[in-house]
Design a protein. Sequence first.
Length: 195
Amino acid sequence: MRLVFLGPPGSGKGTQAKLLAARLNVPAISTGDMLREAVRQGSPLGRRARAIMESGELVPDDVVIGLIRERIAAPDARRGFLLDGFPRTIEQAEALDRLLAGNGGGLDAVINLSVPEGTLLERTLGRAALEGRADDRPETVAERLRVYREKSEPLVSRYRAAGLLTDVDGSGEISEVASRIDRALAGFERAAGRA
Ligand code: AMP
């Protein structure tokens, strides 16, 4: 399975991607986690990305495309993977298509998690209190949402037009959302005639 999770900050992408990856036994690949790790290590990439991430903007496409190119070439991604937080721009989506085309096939499905805006704010502010993420401050969350609407939301129609999108209601408890994702994927596979 090669899956992509789409959704605004606070939609539960990261949480659900990790849970689903464990159920499917494929790696959950998060460019946000990879970048945060680089920042922690103070590597050249981390030094470059830090201020951008803290302002809520996007790291340049070529940087994240390079990270993904290497990561999906790793042996553990051979059986499939789940992408969380990539692609985030049309350019990244096009690069992903090219990478996968050269790598024996395309995506199987794209899960679009949607959550009312009030819940997004509640969740990111709750996470700020728990995890202390620098980009979960209220001003930065507002900017990340704006960037999401402008740069990433167009991916929803792109993948819908490609027949890959499945919409999942991301509100409620973690386990409820996980069950909805399972049902959506099963329904999606049936509809695609692959089950
Ligand atoms: P996330 O954990 O996915 O919310 O990502 C945290 C931050 O990392 C984002 O606000 C961006 O600054 C950066 N980032 C993560 N993934 C990408 C991506 N695919 N393209 C550009 N920037 C990214």
